[in-house]
Design a protein around this ligand. Structure first.
Ligand SMILES: [Zn+2]
Length: 343
């Protein structure tokens, strides 16, 4: 474990502690890396207000950990292709539509997209289905194999590995996307320099990350676990990207109802570099938000969003059944009798 400078502004002057409640459902995965601790530690940078995990395992240890596919493989079995395609559409189609609406795809000279950490490939598949050329990296070899072999996402630009300054896809893309990836990156500056290399000037970056800001549930604080290193809001995303010539086009904390406490953020690579202090936040305000306002908001929203994922899953199951009843009554009836027999 190592106390690191602020991952955003690189200051080591002062760090304000943030209270973490409950359990860390991820820390056990990192057997050796946390010296038997039960919770990760989170701080607000005393200079720029950035919320991040500190101290944390070293960058080298973390990269080795992800490249050994330790994060996922012990705990997940590959999905069936049919189920995954259905999930992928449910999970990524709205995000894709939001992005395309924000940038106006007719303004682009070509349709090439790069996904940082594409997982099983569901997000890229949305673009492939819309006749985009797809590119990307994925560190987990099992996820990579699924995307390539089962979803058919192939080509020299679809690679096993992580995004770094050495990444070469032989072209520059129009759009860079990532879903729940930036919170995992240990070196944010290397990522942004690498994005500058693979993205055309005038192109866009679309970032989806879990967030404890503007929160509606306790899940927002559970995001602050050992598997994540940074927690962004729109200020810190603009602070990071503004240093590398990116200007915000649009952001929302209310993109959808499927997963709450998430921010969607679109920025354009204009080349305009912002002053270092343009997006700095008041560290005491961020600390107060996390220790006081966030739990109050979670309590206020509790009647609506308690057990949200479970209720949503229940609702979707019945929606699918009713839809099947209308589209294929024979199959719906067969499934129903099978369930009754099983019970
Ligand atoms: Zn900072």
């Amino acid at each position: 474990m190592k106390l690191v400078p602020c991952p955003l502004c690189k200051s080591s002057r002062e760090f304000l502690p943030v209270r973490i409640t409950g359990q860390d459902g991820h820390i056990h995965k990192y057997s050796g890396l946390y010296d038997g601790q039960q919770l990760s530690a989170w701080k607000v940078c005393g200079d720029c207000g950035f919320l991040h995990q500190n101290p944390r395992p070293s960058i080298e240890a973390l990269n080795a950990f992800y490249l050994n596919s330790e994060y996922h493989t012990k705990y997940e079995t590959p999905p069936s292709v049919e189920d995954y395609l259905e999930f992928g559409k449910w999970y990524y189609a709205e995000k894709t539509d939001y992005l395309l609406k924000a940038i106006g795809p007719d303004s682009l000279s070509s349709k090439k997209v790069f996904d940082i950490g594409f997982g099983h490939g569901g997000f890229l598949k949305q673009f492939a289905d819309r006749e985009w050329e797809v590119y990307g990296v994925e560190a987990d070899k099992n996820h990579f194999a699924f995307a390539k072999n089962d979803l058919g996402l192939k080509g020299p630009g679809v690679q096993l590995g992580i995004l770094d300054r050495k990444t070469d896809i032989g072209t520059q893309v129009d759009v860079v996307i990532s879903n729940h990836a930036f919170e995992h990156f240990s070196d944010l500056h290397e990522i942004m320099e690498s994005v500058q290399k693979i993205l055309k000037k005038g192109g866009y970056i679309f970032t989806v990350v879990p967030t404890p800001f503007s929160n509606r549930s306790r899940l927002s604080k559970k995001w602050m676990n050992a598997s994540h290193y940074s927690m962004f809001g729109h200020h810190s995303l603009n602070h990071l990207m503004g240093q590398y010539g990116f200007e915000e086009v649009h952001h929302t904390y209310r993109g959808w109802w499927k997963e709450i406490d998430e921010i969607w953020h679109v920025a354009q690579f204009t080349g305009k570099v912002f002053e270092a202090n343009a997006f700095v936040e008041d560290p005491r305000k961020v600390q107060f938000y996390m220790n006081v306002i966030n739990p109050l908001r979670s309590a206020a929203y509790f009647p609506i969003f308690h057990g949200w994922a479970i209720r949503l899953g229940f609702f979707n199951k019945w929606k699918r059944r009713i839809r099947l009843l209308f589209s294929n009554p024979g199959l719906a009836f067969k499934k129903l009798t099978a369930r009754v027999k099983a019970a």
